[in-house]
Design a protein around this ligand. Structure first.
Ligand code: PLP
Ligand code: COI
Length: 345
C-alpha cells in the first residue's frame, strides 16, 4: 500500500475552507477480546456500524485534532502528537472506553499522513493537513454500560482557516442561556457530546453574524470558560491570562502560547477570569488547532447588553501577532523549534 503512486491532486490550496475533503486512505484498528489488533488501511470513507453500538446510543465517542505542515525544505512536520495521544487516553478514561496505546496512536497517524502525502498542502499556501483520530464504542449494548469492542480510526483532510476571516479579528457572542458543559461533567475531555451541546449556541451566534460563542462557567455564569472549539486567552500588560476551569478542554495550542509567552518574559496567569475583567484586557483571542489564533475584536453579552471592544484599528494586536508568527514559524519549520514540538515524518 505504502508504495502506491502519489499522483498530484488538483486542489486550490489557498482557497481551502476548514472542511472535509476526501483523501485516499484511512487507518483503522479494532479493540476486541480485550486487546488491540493490527492497523488496517482502508480506502472507504464508510464504516459499518452495529445498530446497538454504544458510540451511537450512549455517546461513547472521542475525537482528536492535530496538524501536519509542509516546510520550505519539503519536510513534513507533525505537531505535538504526543499531547493528542495523551488527551485521547484521558477522554477514553473519562467515559470508560479502551485507551489507544501511544504507539498505536503514533503509528496510525504517521501511516495516514504518508499514505495521503499528496494531500499535504504546499508550503506558503496557508493550508495544512488536519488529522482526525476518532475512537468509539463499536460493541453492542442496550443497557447503559461500556462496550466490549472499540474502533479507532485516523483520517486526514487538507484544511484552510477555521474562521473564514483567517488571522483577522472576529466578533464573539456571550449567550448565558446555553451551557456547553457542566462543572464536573465532560467538558475537560474531548467527547462528541460536548460539541452536540454547543451547536445551538453556535447557531445562534452564527445567525447573528458572530464567529462563535464565548461560553461562561455553567454554575455561576460569572467567569469565562472557552470560545466554542477553542480556548480563550487575554493580554494585560506583560501578562498572559487564560481561564482555569473544570469544564474546558485543556488546549495544546494554549499550552504552546503559555510557553511562548514565558520565553518572551511574560508572566502566565491560569486562573478564573471574571466576566468584568473583559473591559481591562488589551488583547483577547481564541486559540486551538483548527482556530490557530483568532484575535477577537468585539464580545457582545446578549444578557447584560454589554459590549467589549479590542483591535480598535481593525488589526490583530501586537502580542497576538507575535504569538501567531512564532507558532506558525515553528510549525512550518521556518523558525528553530526550541521547544521540541515538531516531529519530521
Ligand atoms: N476547546 C475545545 C472545546 C476544542 O474542541 C478545542 C480543539 O481541539 C480546543 C479547545 C483547542 O484545543 P487544541 O489547541 O488542543 O486543539
Ligand atoms: C480542533 O481544533 O482540532 C478541534 O477539535 C476543533 C474542531 C471541533 C473543529
Amino acid at each position: 500500500m505504502e508504495n502506491l503512486e502519489q499522483k498530484a491532486v488538483n486542489i486550490d490550496w489557498g482557497k481551502l475552507p476548514f472542511g472535509y475533503l476526501k483523501t485516499d486512505y484511512n487507518v483503522r484498528c479494532y479493540y476486541r477480546d480485550g486487546k488491540w489488533g493490527e492497523l488496517e488501511v482502508s480506502s472507504s470513507e464508510y464504516i459499518s456500524v452495529h445498530m446497538a453500538a454504544t458510540g451511537l446510543h450512549y455517546g461513547q465517542q472521542s475525537f482528536e485534532g492535530l496538524k501536519a505542515f509542509r516546510g520550505k525544505d519539503g519536510k513534513i512536520r507533525l505537531f505535538r502528537w504526543q499531547e493528542n495521544a495523551k488527551r485521547m487516553q484521558d477522554s477514553a478514561k473519562g467515559i470508560l472506553m479502551a485507551e489507544v496505546p501511544t504507539n498505536i496512536f503514533r503509528d496510525a497517524v504517521i501511516k495516514a499522513i504518508r499514505l495521503n502525502e499528496k494531500f499535504i498542502p504546499p508550503y506558503g499556501s496557508g493550508a495544512s493537513l488536519y488529522i482526525r483520530p476518532l475512537l468509539y464504542g463499536s460493541g453492542a449494548q442496550v443497557g447503559v454500560k461500556p462496550a466490549d469492542e472499540y474502533l479507532f480510526i485516523v483520517f486526514v483532510t487538507p484544511v484552510g482557516p477555521y474562521f473564514k476571516q483567517g488571522f483577522k479579528p472576529v466578533d464573539m457572542l456571550i449567550t448565558p442561556e446555553f451551557d456547553r458543559a457542566a462543572p464536573l461533567g465532560t467538558g475537560s475531555i474531548k467527547v462528541g457530546g460536548n460539541y452536540a451541546a454547543s451547536l445551538i449556541a453556535m447557531k445562534k451566534a452564527h445567525d447573528q453574524g458572530f464567529a462563535n460563542v464565548v461560553f461562561l462557567d455553567a454554575k455561576e455564569k460569572k467567569y469565562i470558560d472557552e470560545c466554542g472549539p477553542a480556548n480563550f486567552f487575554a493580554i494585560k500588560g506583560n501578562k498572559y491570562i487564560t481561564p482555569k476551569s473544570t469544564s474546558i478542554l485543556p488546549s495544546i495550542t494554549n499550552k504552546c502560547l503559555e510557553e511562548i509567552a514565558k520565553s518572551l518574559g511574560m508572566t502566565i496567569e491560569r486562573r478564573s477570569v471574571a466576566l468584568e475583567e473583559l473591559s481591562e484586557f488589551e488583547e483577547v483571542g481564541a486559540c486551538g488547532t483548527a482556530a490557530v489564533i483568532s484575535p477577537i475584536k468585539k464580545i457582545v453579552d446578549d444578557q447584560s447588553g454589554r459590549v467589549y471592544e479590542y483591535c480598535k484599528d481593525g488589526n490583530p494586536g501586537p502580542i497576538s501577532t507575535k504569538f501567531y508568527n512564532l507558532l506558525l514559524g515553528i510549525q512550518n519549520g521556518d523558525l528553530e523549534d526550541k521547544f521540541g514540538w515538531t516531529e519530521v515524518v
